[in-house]
Every structure is written in C-alpha cells, then in structure tokens.
Design a protein around this ligand. Structure first.
Ligand SMILES: *Cc1c(COP(=O)(O)O)cnc(C)c1O
Length: 236
C-alpha cells in the first residue's frame, strides 16, 4: 500500500470536487479515519501530511494517545460515545464529532468543567432516520443545539452526519443537502457563537465528492487512504 500516493489521490479528488462546486479547496479539511490502524500506520500518515485523525473507538483512542501516535496531528472522536466513557475522551481530543443526546452533552460539559477546559463538539444528526444508527433525530436537533449553546464548557462547532453506506453513486446527495440546510438554520439560531460554527462534517470514501458539492467542510476518509479494513470482529 502506498499511503503517500493514496493521500495525494484523495487530496486531488477533494480539490477537483471543491473547484467544480466553486469552492476553495482549502475550505475542506481531510480527516483520516484511523480505526483499526496501527500506531506506525498513523505515524506514517502524519509524516505524509495528514493533519487530522478521526478515531471512533475509545479503546483505540486511549492506546494511540498512550503511544503518542498522533503527534503532529489533531485528534477527533468520531464514533459512538457512551456517557460512562466521556472521561477518556473529553480534554484529550480537539473535537468530539458525535454528540447526539442531551445526556451525553451534559456529561461532556461536566467533565470539561472538572478539567477546566472548553470542549469543542459537533452534534451528530441521524439524517436518514435509520433505526440502527447513532445521531439525534432531526426533530431533536434544535433543543440539543440550544442546550449546547447554553452550556459553558462546550463549544458548538457544527454538525456531523453518517448517511447510509449502500446507496450507490449520488444516492446521499439529498441527505447532504438536507444537512447543509440544517447547518445554516442551526447556526442562524445560535445567539452569541455563530462564528464558532464553522464545521459541517460529512462524506466518507464512497461519497465525499458529493458531500463537498453540498457544502461539507470536513470529510472523514478511511478506506480510500488506508485500503479495506478487515471485517468487524475479524482477528487482526
Ligand atoms: C470508518 C469511518 C469513516 C470512514 O469510512 P470509509 O468508508 O472507510 O472512508 C468515516 N466516519 C466514521 C464515523 C467512521 O467510523
């Protein structure tokens, strides 16, 4: 696997999609989804220019942090976060992208308060209304955003979504467009921190170009950088 070449290819695809949409390529942050990757692969990715790593399991995050594998990059938490694990994440990552309930939001705020920090967060929206998925229902977003705006130890930076995987080319564009609208609406309703809301995280290996066309400012890419992952639960 030629990581350097994959990174270059993904960057070129981001640039092409941005220009085609009349956007500046620098507006779009590439977040490398590093789940199941080793410390050495993460270090190699950072040496090859990756500046943001997205981790989605607390256990892997903790191990990579202990090994200092992310040195030189920012770290985002992008996976489902249980309330009882916020201690392992708050104050240790630059951004928690996957906040989807008032309970979790309050737990993050309380832990950030204890640490004397302000934790940057995104609210994750279950934009396709999929039963099996995390993310808050669209109807609950306004209340969640209002609470995020009121809590002192979190800073709402924007929204995140993981639309369906198996839709085929173009299938997720309506979801991305809906997210863009929610992003604009949510930002418009924030009273004093509209300027903090600069991140719309959507798009993965299979659909990040469509996400960029619809306004993504951050794309989370795993497979297109690191190659296919072993199936979940497989020995590794
Ligand atoms: C794994 C993962 C990605 C990247 O998925 P790919 O299809 O491999 O690019 C993006 N976002 C989240 C939340 C993930 O868990």
């Amino acid at each position: 696997m030629d990581l350097m070449q994959h990174i270059q290819t993904v960057r070129t695809r981001i640039e092409t999609a941005a220009l085609a949409a009349g956007r500046a390529p620098e507006e779009i942050t590439l977040c490398a989804a590093t789940k199941v990757q080793t410390d050495d692969t993460i270090r190699a990715a950072i040496a090859a220019g990756i500046r943001v790593c997205g981790e989605n399991r607390v256990q892997e995050l903790t191990a990579h942090l202990a090994a200092d594998a992310y040195a030189g990059a920012r770290v985002h938490f992008i996976g489902h976060l249980q309330t009882n694990k916020v201690k392992q994440v708050v104050g240790k990552v630059d951004l928690i992208q996957s906040v989807d309930s008032q309970r979790l939001l309050r737990a993050i705020d309380a832990q950030a308060d204890k640490l004397g920090v302000r934790q940057d967060i995104l609210l994750e929206v279950n934009i396709a209304g999929e039963e099996s998925k995390g993310g808050c229902p669209v109807e609950e977003l306004p209340a969640l955003a209002e609470l995020a705006g009121a809590l002192e130890h979190v800073r709402l930076r924007g929204l995140m979504a993981i639309p369906p995987i198996s839709g085929g080319p173009g299938a997720n564009r309506p979801y991305f467009a809906a997210m863009r609208q929610l992003f604009v609406d949510t930002r418009g309703k924030m009273s004093d921190n509209q300027n903090d809301m600069d991140c719309l995280s959507m798009g993965m290996s299979g659909d990040f170009e469509d996400a960029i066309r619809e306004g993504a400012t951050l794309v989370r890419v795993g497979t297109a950088l690191f190659g296919p992952r072993p199936p979940m639960g497989a020995a590794r």
